[in-house]
Design a protein around this ligand. Structure first.
Ligand SMILES: [Zn+2]
Length: 368
């Protein structure tokens, strides 16, 4: 009869053999980039991503404190997977293989996506994040990957902001907009906070519970809802308006020195300037700029059409729509002080002229 340790060793070997049997083979074409090897299903893709990797890898290393000095292997796949029977959700654009001790490994990226530089930078942050980041909560690690992607690829900023703002609005059930308008009789100007409700994946946990999850517990969820990525991005962006990346990194090492597995939530909320529960729903407001307004309108044209009509039809539904636009002239008031007249947003004017004062069929908005 073998010793217990021999039996254990055998069991481990069997597991390893079974796992290895299911691994998908590496894509056929490779291209060395100087900072690692890219493998893809066509030579053109291998070359394209090798150039991208050579450009983005040093940028991520430079911006990320405590980054690992290592090459990166990147697999570009039509079907995103590591194991033969693995089924990644369709909206997953990439992943980085993470060991139980949080040692990062190979990056997998979906081929033919709309924003490859965003997704590659995001995964590079995962791959280069050193062990000194170990106490960063999982949701903030995701937020940090996107925040750095927006910094490193400035032309993608409105796209990243908009997607993650919409995802965070799924987490909170909606998004708030400040709207200035003029009462036509008195000419008095008023500012209203309009809450625009979105339907999406409802969050199972509250924001503070999600922030309390270390990286391993966060990723061990069977399926991380996309709305959590929005939450992570909004919290990290708010922190980065108040502290530096070096400060955040130091927070991680301070927590580790105290023997904690994850940064205390109170430190994070203080650094993000979130005190009251009401702050949460408006946490992303500072990310909404003119470019983001137009990007939201490109992705979801019904939002501003519906907001314009539902918020004002009760008050001014008996006015002629052109008169309404001219006299009431509702404008989005953005955190940076700029104003965007709702009538200047593509499609809003037409929608109003066509259907005022009835509203398009969509979700529901209310003034508060
Ligand atoms: Zn990620």
């Amino acid at each position: 009869m073998g010793s217990p340790s021999a039996r254990i060793r055998l069991a481990l070997l069997v597991t390893a053999a079974l796992t290895a049997g299911c691994l998908v083979p590496a894509p056929r074409h490779d291209n060395a980039s100087g900072v690692g090897t890219v493998r893809a299903e066509s030579p053109i893709a291998a070359q394209r991503y090798a150039e991208m990797l050579a450009e983005l890898h040093p940028k991520v290393s430079a911006i990320l404190p405590g980054s690992l000095d290592r090459d990166t292997e990147l697999w570009v796949q039509t079907t995103l997977r590591r194991f033969a029977h693995e089924d990644h959700r369709e909206d997953a654009m990439g992943f980085t293989v993470l060991a139980r001790d949080l040692t990062p490994g190979r990056i997998h990226l979906r081929d033919n996506t709309a924003y490859p530089e965003w997704y590659l930078t995001h995964e590079l942050v995962h791959a280069l994040m050193g062990p000194t980041w170990g106490t960063l909560p999982g949701v903030l690690a995701e937020g940090l990957c996107d925040w750095i992607a927006a910094e490193v690829n400035p032309s993608y900023q409105p796209v990243i902001h908009t997607h993650r703002l919409l995802h965070s609005s799924m987490f909170f059930g909606g998004m708030s907009y400040e709207v200035d308008f003029t009462h036509p009789d008195t000419r008095r100007k008023t500012r209203s906070n309009i809450w625009y409700a979105y339907s999406g994946e409802p969050a199972e946990l509250g924001p503070e519970e999600v922030i309390g999850l270390d990286r391993w517990s966060f990723h061990s969820k069977a399926r991380v809802p996309v709305s959590y990525y929005g939450l992570g991005f909004v919290v990290v962006s708010r922190m980065m308006e108040r502290i530096t990346l070096e400060d955040l990194h130091e927070m991680c090492t301070d927590a580790e020195n105290l023997g904690l597995t994850v940064i205390p939530t109170e430190w994070i909320l203080a650094a993000a300037g979130i005190g009251e529960s009401d702050d949460w729903a408006r946490a992303g407001e500072s990310l909404l700029g003119v470019d983001e307004v137009h990007e939201i309108n490109r992705l979801l044209p019904v939002v501003f059409q519906e907001l314009s009509i539902r918020a004002f039809a009760d008050l001014y539904g008996d006015m002629d729509p052109l008169e309404f636009l001219h006299q009431v002239n509702p404008k989005l008031s953005l955190a940076d002080g700029t104003h965007v007249p709702l009538s200047s947003i593509r499609g809003v004017r037409h929608a109003l002229l066509d259907i005022w004062p009835s509203a398009p069929i969509g979700t529901w908005s209310a003034m508060r």
